[in-house]
Design a protein around this ligand. Sequence first.
Ligand SMILES: CCCCCC/C=C\CCCCCCCC(=O)NCCO
Length: 515
Amino acid sequence: MERTNTEFSLSEMDPTFMSVLAATACGGAALVLFMRYCNRQRMKVKIRKARSRRDASVQQAEQAVQQFSTTKPDAENARIVSLSLTELTKRLQEGSLSPEEALHAYMEKALEVNKRLNCATDILLESREQLSNIENCRDGLLYGVPISIKDNVGYKGHDSTCGVLCKVDEPAEEDCVVVTVLKRQGAIPFIKTNIPQGLLNYDCSNPLFGQSLNPHNLQKTPGGSSGGEGALIGGGGSILGIGTDIGGSIRIPSSFCGICGFKPTSNRISLRGLSSCCRGQKSVLSAVGPMARDVDSLALCMKALLCEDMFALDPTVPPMPFDDKAYLSTKRLRIGYCENDGYLMPSPSMSRAFRETRELLEKAGHTFVPFTPPRIAYAMHELIVKGLLADGAETLLSNLKGGPVDPCLMAQIIPYRLPHWLKKTLSVILRPILPRISASLSALCGVSSVPDLWRQHASVEDYTHEFISEWQRLKMDVLLCPMLGPAFNLNYCGKLTCTVHPPPSTVPVDLFLSV
Ligand SMILES: CCCCCC/C=C\CCCCCCCC(=O)NCCO
């Protein structure tokens, strides 16, 4: 057969050209491998740097505690860390206990808990310097109280890593508003606590600081994303902590660790100076809130934060002080209850705790009305997942670049990384057999345009009003519902979220230990 002049076989090619081609291909491959190697080395250096910085701060804190302990008997420390916040503040204010004693007692206990649970990302050694002018805050509501803060809460000179490599070596230039206000109220932040990589997860592990464990069962997660707080407070190493919550990050670790947590309405407490891996996301709003051993501690922290200082430092926060009258009121309440929202079944132990709580409240004279959250599956997929990842997860993924993905996040990240067309195709194929996965995959595609984003925001607004209307129709004062729990096994991340803005809190009813 005759050949056209454009056809040729490899064997007929100029051998010199072939060698150049082969050498270029090998060189290219070697370059890619070398770049990957360099990248892996860079990654290792960053991880090592973050860890050794944390380890050095732990070591220095150990020395400080040891030095201080020569002046005090051990039994005194055990007594200090067993006081409730009400008792602790009273003793500090009356002067029968010094802020120095309280700080060292908690530092010692936190170091011990951290050894067992790996819940600290940084010890704030400046806390000891703060002691030198703590007398200026004598009138503060939290005078001399040592507190813990979540990793992403900005503290001058320290990283807010969010568990991702790209935020290592980016220390905060100033204390965030929450830290500034708490310090002015006399609180002494002394430790930063662990989080899951990227913060959008209910476990508590990241490539920088590793996995935190549950204080009541080392086989379980403390929950997330404020999991280090949950572990530390639940383990007795902190009396009051600051967490953040978009879709359960204060509530879930509080539930898993048997402590109390309060997620206020977004921007009730200033978010200025906090770090995030999806800044700018406006569909499901983030909130800062307290975590502690009892409800009175949460109330005291809210009262301390809701002050003129915060309203002046962040004028976008509504200047509404804490409502003592409402908190102390003994008025009989009309309580909406929802034991099962039809989307996520509560576990048997959680159902039992829920019913026992309801019975107790009924006996105390409160009235119960059944409440069903409207269109829950729609809210989960179209409002929460599509809202959180409206950009198709691009911002979150860009924050994970240049580092390994933590095992606790892997199951979530695989679908995020699928190309848009594949998510859409799988969503169509899976619709008849796995409708929830299909809806999630479709939601993970995010919005398609700016008008689509505006429609999504409008849908969240409409849903919020629909929820509130139902609440008002039933004349409810409060809603009682079960929490996710008991704690999950490590690397099994839950996906329960909440998008409307009534301020929910978690209160322990019982400690359920599985063996
Ligand atoms: C086919 C699988 C689909 C997986 C879909 C998962 C989508 C979203 C998961 C959202 C998880 C939200 C966690 C929120 C945690 C939180 O409140 N973080 C706040 C940090 O300030």
